[in-house]
Design a protein around this ligand. Structure first.
Ligand code: ADP
Length: 308
């Protein structure tokens, strides 16, 4: 499968590297406004191929995205000093108007996988610009927040994160909701599992994990300026689910109606396969989680409407 990546910055490149290491895709094309950067990243990543899987990694222009089945959109501009969130969004929308238009000209059948932040809003904008059915425009959403949640819970319980089943829902950002009430480990309800292994989820543990998920990006940015490995692996996971027509349940962002908020992009557990998002699941939530998710969706909807 041919995979395009527009925006060969840290996130786009980390996604390409993760795909090479996992053997996802047969050809990966990196496109960036900064052609020199795209060429350098492609060559550096290609040098990992002899240690991994036979994937072709190259830099290219938009025409080289022809017949790509998935295009990751990781391009973006960063916030200028004194710039408001809305001003930044307006500038990023202008970038996407250009980028999405060019991708659609050459690869109209591609699934668009949006990684640029704020990812839910950028995903919704991408769906509007492209006119594609909602299920073919996927935002990475809370895939990473969910991974952080499972990893922290797994570490506390002494269990592989892959055996921890739980989701972070709503916005990829401050209003996100950790759906504690339906976490299961193996098939066992979290509280019962924690008691059985002698690692109770006290209020303190819960607050620490909540903070660890919610503040992870801030802490990492403080130390190294940005985050890229985790999201790169998450993007590779989504592309892998598409390529293998896996019908995997992943928390990703997509435009839909959420608890009465109409046509809003935010994350829910969704079934991802060759056609993109093929089904959406609403977990059973506590009253508090449900109102948190509704508020998160409403906040995103407001932000999109403010953009006009
Ligand atoms: P991140 O950490 O999100 O990856 P970066 O700044 O490292 O952020 O990467 C963003 C990339 O997007 C940069 O390489 C930049 O050149 C690229 N970019 C910005 N605008 C465009 C555009 N209009 N078309 C293609 N690439 C773009």
């Amino acid at each position: 499968m041919k995979i395009g990546i527009v925006g060969a910055g840290m996130v786009g490149s980390a996604a390409a590297f993760a795909m090479v290491m996992r053997g996802i895709g047969s050809r990966i094309v990196l496109v960036d406004l900064d052609e020199k950067r795209a060429r350098a990243e492609a060559e550096d990543i290609a040098h990992a191929v002899p240690f991994a899987h036979p994937v072709v990694v190259e830099a290219g222009d938009y025409v080289d995205l022809k017949e790509a089945e998935v295009v990751i959109l990781a391009a973006g501009v960063s916030q200028k000093p004194g710039e408001t969130r809305l001003q930044l969004l307006t500038r990023n929308r202008a970038v996407f108007q250009q980028v999405v238009g060019r991708v659609m000209e050459v690869a109209p059948k591609a699934i668009l996988l949006v990684a640029s932040n704020p990812v839910d809003i950028m995903g919704q904008i991408t769906q509007q610009i492209s006119g594609l059915p909602p299920g073919r425009v996927i935002g990475s959403g809370t895939i990473l927040d969910t991974a952080r949640f499972r990893w922290l819970l797994g570490r506390h319980l002494g269990i592989a994160p892959g055996s921890v089943h739980g989701y972070v829902l709503g916005e990829h950002g401050d209003s996100e909701v950790l759906a504690w009430s339906n976490v299961r480990v193996g098939s066992v309800e979290l509280g019962s599992f924690a008691a059985q292994v002698g690692a109770a989820i006290t209020a303190d543990v819960r607050a620490r994990i909540d903070e660890g998920v919610r503040r992870a990006a801030y802490t990492i940015i403080e130390g190294k300026g940005a985050t890229w490995y985790g999201i790169g692996a998450g993007l590779a996971r989504i592309v892998g689910a598409i390529e293998a027509d896996e019908n995997a349940v992943l928390s990703v962002s997509c435009v839909s109606d959420v608890l009465g908020v109409e046509r809003v992009a935010c994350s829910l557990p969704r079934v991802v396969g060759r056609a993109g998002v093929v089904a959406e699941l609403m977990p059973e939530l506590s009253a508090e989680e449900q109102s948190g998710l509704r508020a998160s969706a409403a906040l995103l909807k407001e932000a999109v409407e403010a953009l006009g």
